[in-house]
Design a protein around this ligand. Structure first.
Ligand SMILES: [Zn+2]
Length: 471
């Protein structure tokens, strides 16, 4: 039996198109969570008639979820860059820059995840709280530990969060208490990867859904190869990962950090003197492709943007972290103009906040600073060439743009029929949200983006299954 959803839907169609659909009626298959059809402009009194016309007879077996006035249904948020073992450090470290922050706070915390039971306890909370905050898809870095990272993948699958889970590869320039040899890095990466064979695609052969997808949907939880960054990874491991990624079709996803901090860029160039640029290091080892997610990219030059665009890799913009760790202000406008796909990342615990909303707000603010500074400190904002990010751009990065980084844009990211139902029901409840009967749905939605939090996320669905929410 399908489930019907009736009310105001808001979703992104492109970087410039944010579509608002009042009185929409959406039908989701209960067998595979696929959106079977979407009808626009259906009054409450017409639900039964429209459903019947679509072949759905409303009786006791069909659930109809009717959104109340002031409520909005939007796609789930996609966090394209975050570190599961670092959540206990959230809020610490604003006095440091990247390399010192790693030594003082991050590596000691991640080393604790050698203890699998500790990992289980923390990861259980990380996934649960992320889901409740509206993060339906997350790209997680684990620690370097194979077994603890397997536990993270199992928890995501069990709780129903769509996730990419990676074991960090880090076989040099790390403290002796938290590093691995090249041999153990390679063998544990192979071992970690084999764990994902048990996550299978949902069967759609007997679903009877309206999906026109000819290729089966990928498993909810997928592996992502994770060379931490060039500094911590030997050329041997980078070459191994490049080959391993391309040993499958489609290639295995890859995530890493790129050009986050000036000292990091400098050190990387010393380690790889034969590469002209930092991005060139990853390109040399065949690590840049459509399945690659590059976090930060604050200090790119034009050549680097060009090669990233050419290879089809995506950038995870992490403005909260970039600001908190004094890394710099990434120019997202330049990335977009270069044709690079861009999503948002929380980068916890470099970033300090749970969920994508704080990153979206910070992305808006940083884009203004970038536009002001590009015009000179005395120029007025209206005279800038570089425009601040618009609301449609910001929300696109949080949803459909993020999906494209994960190569899932044909599966999730908005409510087009044939996609899987990853969604949030926004019902204003937090004290920071000032809404009343006079607000349009667009205004409620904009207020939530800028003033709301997880208390306003009443329900969270992934692939049609309710997996979280405050209701
Ligand atoms: Zn990171």
């Amino acid at each position: 039996m399908p489930t019907l959803y009736h009310g105001t839907l808001i979703h992104s169609l492109s970087l410039t198109q944010l579509e608002v659909l009042p009185n929409a009626l959406l039908c989701v298959s209960d067998t595979d969570g696929i959106i079977e059809w979407l009808e626009r402009g259906v009054e409450g009194s017409e639900i039964q008639e429209v459903a019947a016309r679509k072949g759905v007879i409303l009786d006791g077996g069909v659930e109809v979820v009717v959104l109340g006035k002031g409520e909005v249904l939007c796609p789930g948020m996609i966090d394209t860059h975050t570190h599961a073992p670092q959540y206990p450090n959230n809020g610490l470290g604003q006095q440091y820059q990247l390399l010192e922050w790693l030594d003082k706070l991050t590596f000691p915390r991640e080393a604790m995840f050698a203890d699998v039971e500790y990992a289980r306890r923390i990861y259980d909370q990380v996934v649960k709280r992320n889901l409740n905050a509206g993060t339906t898809t997350a790209c997680y870095y684990g620690s370097l530990h194979d077994e603890s990272t397997r536990v993270l993948a199992d928890i995501c699958d069990d709780k129903g969060q769509r996730a990419f889970v990676g074991k960090c590869c880090m076989d040099r320039n790390c403290p002796p208490t938290y590093t691995e040899t090249t041999e153990s890095c390679i063998s544990s990466t192979k071992s970690w990867l084999s764990h994902f064979d048990k996550f299978t695609s949902p069967s759609s052969s007997d679903s009877g859904s309206g999906s026109d997808q000819s290729v089966p949907s990928p498993p909810l939880v997928q592996p992502i190869l994770t060379p931490r960054f060039a500094i911590s990874t030997t050329p041997e491991v980078l070459a191994f990962i490049g080959k391993l990624a391309h040993s499958r079709s489609p290639s295995i996803a890859i995530q890493t950090h790129l050009s986050e901090n000036p000292a990091e860029v400098e050190f990387t160039k010393q380690l790889f003197p034969d590469c002209e640029t930092y991005a060139g290091v990853y390109d040399k080892y065949d690590l840049l492709g459509p399945g690659t997610i590059l976090a930060h990219c604050v200090h790119l030059d034009d050549k680097e943007r060009e090669v990233i665009s050419k290879r089809g890799a995506g950038i995870s913009h992490c403005p909260t972290s970039n600001t908190h760790l004094n890394s710099g202000a990434a120019d997202v406008g330049k990335m977009l103009r270069a044709g690079i796909k861009v999503g948002l990342g929380t980068d916890c615990g470099g970033g300090y906040a749970l969920g994508i909303l704080p990153s979206l707000r910070q992305a808006a603010g940083v884009s203004r600073f970038v536009s002001w500074s590009s015009a000179g400190s005395t120029a007025s904002p209206s005279s800038c060439d570089a425009q601040p990010l618009s609301l449609p751009q910001l929300f696109h990065m949080a949803t459909l743009g993020g999906a494209s980084l994960c190569r899932l844009e044909s599966r999730i990211g908005n409510f087009l029929p044939g996609k899987e139902f990853d969604a949030l029901r926004i019902k204003p409840a937090s004290p920071g949200m000032w809404t009343d009967d006079r607000d349009s749905p667009e205004e409620v939605f904009e207020k939530w983006l800028f003033t709301g939090d997880d208390r306003d996320v009443a329900d969270v669905w992934v692939r049609g299954r309710r997996v979280g929410g405050a209701a």
